[in-house]
Design a protein around this ligand. Structure first.
Ligand SMILES: Nc1ncnc2c1ncn2[C@@H]1O[C@H](COP(=O)(O)OP(=O)(O)OP(=O)(O)O)[C@@H](O)[C@H]1O
Ligand SMILES: [Mg+2]
Length: 332
């Protein structure tokens, strides 16, 4: 198959509203880089990430980056189909019409031929079914239930889960051999709270979409922008998108977000993600504590820390140099 030259990583501006993954943070740029690399190949991909972090959209992006992009993209939520029906749903089965004629109902593998199939919540698939799936992935052949009709599978499989896959193996929920077959190329979607300025970028994007649709010019208040940064978005991009839409419906011109968040969602920040600052602290000391705690959180990775703090890497270096110089002066 031909490879395509559609590059996410090179994009610096948020792009289109047609389902593209948006983001400018270091963490998302890494995701785009991985999608660019794996997209044009035939490798199976395992997408992990918290609920609402964009796994399905990432799967669509991989499909769009591949030579299969003109073929179908289909998704199945493995947790939502009763165990007894999932095999027929995936591989099809024989159905008899009232007149007695027998025909084969096409399952997802048949309908996704030439395209991509997303197995969402793959850890929820019954173990027996996982064995059959593994066989199909290895032999690239399947049989509709109750038939001996062999069909060659021309489907790229992408799997997704919001659980830790290794933990799911340990719990006996996911077959280890299937995990390694699916996770030829793992891609982890970062939680929204570690994407720095992407929160604002996405909020502006969702609002612009609503404004275009409603021919309005609503905008976020200054306080709403602060709320964007302060909330930890446990429901990730989905929560943000819904929150912006609720604010859009409720607000006339200048939109507030805080009243929509308080009490309606939990604050998922752990102690490692918090900083206690005494009222009356000097701004300089507060800034230094924040920078040091952020660096600590990102295990010394300055690029990611700068990204989360919303400043350039150069600014971060200048600040850190300033701190070590003042430390040297204090010691001498
Ligand atoms: N980076 C992004 N840019 C733009 N929209 C995004 C982005 N990430 C997610 N979205 C939007 O957020 C919503 C949730 O994304 P998606 O369904 O892909 O998440 P998910 O990880 O599959 O969630 P779940 O685990 O609950 O199935 C969708 O409306 C999607 O279009
Ligand atoms: Mg999903």
């Amino acid at each position: 198959m031909n490879s395509v030259s559609l590059s996410f990583a090179e994009r610096t501006q948020p792009v289109t509203s047609t389902g593209s993954l948006l983001g400018e943070s270091v963490a998302m740029r890494e995701v785009f880089r991985l999608i660019d690399r794996v997209g044009p190949t035939e490798a199976s991909v395992l997408l992990t990430g918290e609920s609402g972090s964009g796994k399905e959209l990432a799967a669509k992006s991989i499909h769009q980056c591949s030579a299969r992009r003109d073929g179908p993209f289909l998704a199945i939520n493995c947790g939502a189909i009763p165990a007894g029906l999932i095999e027929a749903e995936l591989f099809g089965d024989e159905t008899a019409s009232p007149g007695g004629a027998v025909s084969v109902h096409a399952g997802l593998f048949a309908r996704a031929q030439g395209g991509t199939l997303l197995l969402d919540e793959v850890t929820e698939m019954p173990l027996e079914m996982q064995t059959r799936l593994l066989r199909v992935l290895e032999t690239r052949r399947f049989y509709p239930v109750g038939t001996n009709m062999e069909i060659i599978s021309d489907v790229r499989v992408i799997a997704a889960t919001n659980r830790c896959p290794l933990q799911a193996v340990q719990n006996g929920q996911l077959r280890e051999d299937l995990l390694y077959r699916l996770a030829v190329f793992p891609v982890a979607l970062p939680p929204l709270r570690s994407r720095g300025n992407d929160v604002e970028l996405l909020a502006e994007h969702f609002l612009a979409e609503l404004n275009a649709l409603g021919r309005t010019q609503k905008r976020l208040s200054a306080v709403a922008r602060m709320t964007l940064r302060q909330h930890s978005w446990p429901g990730n991009v989905r929560e943000l998108k819904n929150c912006v839409e609720r604010a859009y419906i409720l607000g006339d011109t200048v939109l507030e977000l805080a009243p929509l968040i308080q009490g309606s969602t939990r604050d998922a920040a752990t102690d490692r993600e918090r900083l206690n600052i005494r009222v009356g602290s000097r701004i300089h000391d507060m800034e230094r504590s924040l920078i040091e705690a952020t660096l600590d959180y990102f295990k010394g990775n300055k690029r990611r820390a700068a990204d989360a703090l919303g400043c350039s890497l150069k600014t971060l270096y200048n600040k850190l140099n300033g701190y070590s110089q003042s430390q040297e002066c204090a010691n001498s």
